[in-house]
Design a protein around this ligand. Structure first.
Ligand code: GLN
Ligand code: ZN
Length: 762
């Protein structure tokens, strides 16, 4: 039996990568310095994995921005618009790479970034490959080979990780009509073979191909593409040992295809799909050669592995196919886990009782190694921790459980249907056509962050901190009034993060100091841990919102995070159904909504950017999830009068297949991401005749690029062809907290004039 790992967090245990990338972007460090940081993270990761007992350590799991973008660069899938970046004097491959990720607005060039979307059902975002009908691929970057050699030189014989050709194509998007991207398999495979040839020449023995689309519903064409690709690879490199990795769900209908592929090892995610091992063994189709990699340690959550249970699975596999054909592994890449629990040393933020229930990436490596050679002593210690969690009074709160059980029918819908509410709200709020607003946050400048960190460290009094926040809020309100926005926000300066802020005030959550996980590029999040029953002790946002409202006669929107998003962006307890935990959160948010209304707030936004990413990977399971997710939102938003306007916000979502459920959420206004996709998302709303109001984002806040007024007018005109103007709002794509003030002010000023121009046209 051997241990292996599918991927290790690359942000560095002190978020070194984030800092280095951001310094490089702002010109504070040069390329060489950036590369040095990358090298030292890689080396540290390889060492850690070796020390913790991993036999087969990955390489090429490192990335400066995103592993899918890395593939695009390796395979030369570089959209034409970026070619000029490389031609510019002084630019290097990394500048091209970052331009693809973030857009490029320099030296007279103005190029929009590639789209970004969520990686399966995670909160990691990848850069979507763009394909044209006559798409050609050619070996462009040799990152995977360089990293293999670098590891070799440092004494590690690694297993390079690549996204497999079928999943790579499926992750992308057709940028013109008239073809199906899976048909590009014939064009792309030669480049994969070329890469493999170079790896082979460097004496690579193992390679991991990630084909996570095996956990999704696949058509015949995709299955044939898999068979074709891996047969060709086998033909060209008969002795290369390929680990084919599927994760996040069962092989399901694709099991037969997966078993038929000529690969050395199949990796199974036994956390998400524990029945998979039985399915495979019972199918009798594993043959006498193929190895299995048992993904037993949860790469998506932070709970300690239950050795007793895992060991039963291992023993079953051992007796069926023998030790020699088995790998023990985490369920998926560990990039979705925080890095090192040992760095959590503050008893006040994370008590040793709760800490003893947890395991982060580094600890998960050790769990994998422990499971390979499980001693009685290790088993006993592990079972003590598991027992302590099961029976802890910290977790169970009878009053919370009872309230969930007694939710009444009247709790999950508004007093009147939207058509009635709309009239009342128009009367009460008297907003112009094309009302302008923002999504909530304003720039979290270095200054704001440094005041917060001083306050948290105790070197700043509560009063001094709050006075500072009040000043920021005041400036933001008066500035919004000045440029003529219609519905204002207080700016969220007091919030570190849209989930953490709420979690910190709710019972049942704990926080780590160092538990960062990459969300996209240099953005990291520190998900809270929901360990017990959730309840609200007192209002969480009323003071700041009411303070904002007291400064202006315009409406200030109350700003909340919805129950599904709080759930989705936390590490959730695994001892009760997620739906149960979600209802507990929904009730806490409902109480906050009604408190805001009582405090005189007339418009309340409940952000649910994560509804879509919570969808199970397989369609057959969607309905059940959507039922409880939509109900949770409705419970959270339905405690108010007809005149009170409920907004929701979602980013980076496609709506076609869930538009009915979005409508069922029955928010009075929904603001959505739309600009990177040129209002394409609105088609779904039009076809459905979506009745409520919509604010399609008119510019992309993930890039520092300032849009012109004309660009936004064009987008709004496009929107107006699809949605009646009485239903349209004007707003950016998402919150502005990652932007600087300079670009924010310019962009919003342009946006307000775009709305004004639209009103004149009508
Ligand atoms: N209100 C939040 C903000 O403006 C919403 C962020 C999000 O959708 N991710 O930051
Ligand atoms: Zn958003």
């Amino acid at each position: 039996m051997q241990t292996h790992n599918l991927g290790y967090p690359r942000i560095g245990s002190k978020r070194e990568l984030k800092k280095a990338c951001e310094s490089y972007w702002s010109g504070k460090i040069n390329l060489h310095e950036l590369q040095t940081v990358g090298e030292s993270i890689r080396l540290q990761n390889w060492k850690t994995q070796q020390e913790e007992g991993i036999d087969l350590i990955p390489s090429n799991d490192f990335s400066f921005y995103d592993q899918v973008l890395d593939m695009s660069l390796m395979l030369g899938a570089i959209p034409d618009r970026f070619h000029e970046v490389i031609l510019q004097k002084g630019n290097n491959e990394m500048d091209l790479y970052f331009a693809m990720a973030r857009g490029y607005q320099q030296n007279g060039l103005d190029i929009t970034a590639m789209e970004m979307t969520k990686w399966f059902d995670t909160n990691y975002h990848y850069i979507v490959p763009e394909f044209r009908k006559d798409q050609q691929f050619k070996l462009f970057s040799t990152k995977v080979i360089l990293e293999y050699k670098e590891a070799k030189q440092a004494g590690f014989s690694t297993k390079p990780v690549l996204i497999g050709p079928v999943s790579y194509l499926l992750l992308g998007k057709e940028k013109e009509e008239g073809f199906d991207r899976i048909d590009l398999i014939k064009n792309i495979l030669p480049v994969y073979l070329e890469l493999l040839k170079k790896l082979d020449a460097a004496h690579v023995e193992w390679i991991q191909f990630d084909e996570p689309f095996l956990a999704m519903d696949l058509g015949e064409k995709e299955k044939r593409a898999l068979q074709f690709a891996y047969a060709e690879i086998k033909k060209a490199f008969p002795s290369l040992k390929i680990i084919l990795a599927n994760y996040f769900d069962c092989f399901g209908e694709n099991l037969e295809t997966a078993l038929s592929l000529p690969v050395h090892t199949l990796h199974l995610d036994l956390v998400r799909c524990s029945s998979q091992l039985d399915d495979i063994l019972e199918s009798g189709k594993l043959g006498g050669q193929k190895h299995l990699s048992l993904g037993l340690v949860d790469g998506r959550n932070i709970w300690k592995n239950d050795y007793q249970k895992s060991n039963e699975t291992i023993q079953k596999a051992v007796s069926a196919i023998g030790k020699d054909r088995l790998f023990i592994a985490p369920s998926c890449s560990l990039i979705h886990s925080p890095i090192d629990l040992d760095l959590e040393t503050d008893e006040k933020s994370l008590s040793s009782e709760i800490k003893n229930w947890l395991s982060f990436a580094k600890q998960k490596l050790r769990e994998v190694a422990d499971l390979k050679e499980l001693t009685n002593e290790k088993l006993k210690k592990n079972q003590e921790a598991i027992q302590s969690r099961n029976s802890s009074p910290l977790i169970h709160k009878p009053a919370v459980k009872k309230r969930v059980q007694t939710i009444s029918d009247s709790h999950d819908h508004r007093l009147s249907p939207f058509s009635v509410r709309q009239v009342k709200q128009k009367e009460a709020l008297k907003l112009p056509l094309f009302p302008t607003t923002t999504i909530g946050s304003f720039p979290q400048t270095a200054e704001v962050r440094s005041w917060r960190s001083k306050f948290k460290k105790g070197s700043l009094s509560q009063k001094a901190y709050e006075d500072f926040l009040k000043e920021e809020t005041k400036k933001a309100i008066s500035w919004q009034e000045n440029i003529g926005l219609d519905v204002l926000v207080h700016g969220e300066f007091e919030r570190n993060d849209m989930v953490e802020y709420f979690g910190e005030q709710l019972e049942g959550f704990v926080f780590t100091k160092t538990g960062w996980v990459q969300s996209y590029g240099s953005r990291c999040v520190k998900p809270p841990i929901i360990y017990g029953d959730v309840s609200r002790q007192k209002s969480m946002t009323v003071d700041w919102t009411a303070f904002g409202q007291s400064l202006t006669s315009k409406f200030v929107k109350g700003m909340l995070t919805g129950p599904v998003t709080i759930l989705q962006w936390s590490f959730v307890r695994n001892d009760q159904p997620r739906s149960e935990t979600c209802l507990q959160i929904a009730l806490a948010i409902r109480d906050e909504v009604t408190d805001l209304e009582k405090a005189g707030i007339r418009i309340i936004q409940i952000d649910e950017p994560a509804i879509r990413e919570g969808l199970p990977l397989r369609k057959s399971e969607w309905q059940q999830y959507l039922n409880w997710a939509v109900r949770a939102f409705r419970i959270s938003s339905s405690g108010v009068k007809n005149e009170t306007q409920i907004h929701t916000h979602m980013c980076y979502s496609e709506f076609n297949d869930i538009i009915q459920h979005i409508a069922d959420m029955d928010a009075d206004v929904i603001t959505i991401e739309c600009s990177r996709s040129q209002m394409e998302l609105l088609d779904a709303f039009r076809e459905f005749n979506y009745p409520n109001e919509i604010g399609p984002g008119v510019y992309d806040i993930h890039s520092p690029r300032v849009p012109s007024k004309q660009e936004m007018v064009d987008l709004l005109e496009k929107a107006m062809k699809l949605i009646p103007e009485t239903q349209l709002w004007v707003n950016p794509d998402c919150g502005l907290k990652t932007r600087g003030w300079d670009e924010t002010k310019k962009a919003l000023t342009e946006m307000v004039s775009a709305a004004q121009e639209m009103r004149e046209v009508i």
